[in-house]
Design a protein around this ligand. Sequence first.
Ligand code: UFG
Length: 339
Amino acid sequence: MKILVTGGTGYIGSHTVVELQKEGFEVVIVDNLSNSQAWIADAIADISGKKPHFEQFDLADQKLTADFFRRHSDLMGVIHFAAFKAVGESVDNPLMYYRNNLVSLMNILEGMQQNVIPNLVFSSSCTVYGQPDELPVSEKAPIKKAESPYGNTKQISEEIIQDTIKSSEIHATALRYFNPIGAHESASIGELPLGVPNNLVPFITQTAIGLRKQLSVFGEDYNTPDGTAIRDYIHVVDLAQAHVVAIKRMINQQMKQRFEIFNLGTGNGYSVLEVIQSFEKVSGLKLNYKIVGRRPGDVEQVWANPEWSNNELGWKAKRNLDEMTASAWKWEQYYRNKQ
Ligand code: UFG
């Protein structure tokens, strides 16, 4: 049972490869290494005992992608992670985002169609809900106008997939992630942001290890219990396992519809200050942070209603916030010690 994982050396991709291998899948990774490194394939092998087949090329290249799918027409499915994901960068460089995220998806769908590869799992995001009118947010909530070109690529991608599968044999599952954090328990793989992190948890761990001076907490005047913004943080290993469950559901032909959507969150919302408190508790350190103004484009609060995923997909996030921050901290320390 061979599965292509695009972006398989990236943060969520690498954790998913490990979980797929654990369940007996043969994994092929395609990654252009624009935001990851080749040694991650070895780190995956250190954990699982199996080195995934790895090809380095850009999926936005139509010819290379078509050639890849011809050579791998025995794939049972594709889990498509490879995409640019920095919200601010997408505002500065919208065309780069549209070209990369949409063209690569179209090339993949074309390759799947031409070679009759039946199953696609797509990395989507809770960003499609914007600031939802009702919390917790379920899959039935309306899609809000995207706040950024990045978010728009996720919305448009879901539409491209839905339109394409209507006239082909492909089945697709969109997984809408809330906020993935944490790292594999081995600390051999984890989140490796390029340059200054945009996201909260890598900024916290890099501040604690001395790479950054101080964390800025963006806004304390939100309409939340402590005034800071609330998110549904989910352990990356729980998230990775959901992909295995989703692709098995597809392979075993258990889907209720040709296109399905699942929220991947825990159902618990935590504020920025609660994440910091959890980090301080598990690390025994005092974090240097200060409250500053809101970050433009941030929503106030969002957390998932995971019932549909729990009941229909049969998957549930198991790991709590302290396990998430502890694993992120362990990874940061192991990684920096290796340097
Ligand atoms: N935050 C800080 N300081 C920082 C970084 C973040 O206070 O240095 C705050 C943010 O303001 C926000 C929370 O921490 O309230 C989480 O921020 P992240 O950047 O970690 O995550 P976001 O919720 O902004 O973004 C995530 C994904 C995006 C996705 C978005 C959808 O990273 O890819 O969710 O809501 F688009």
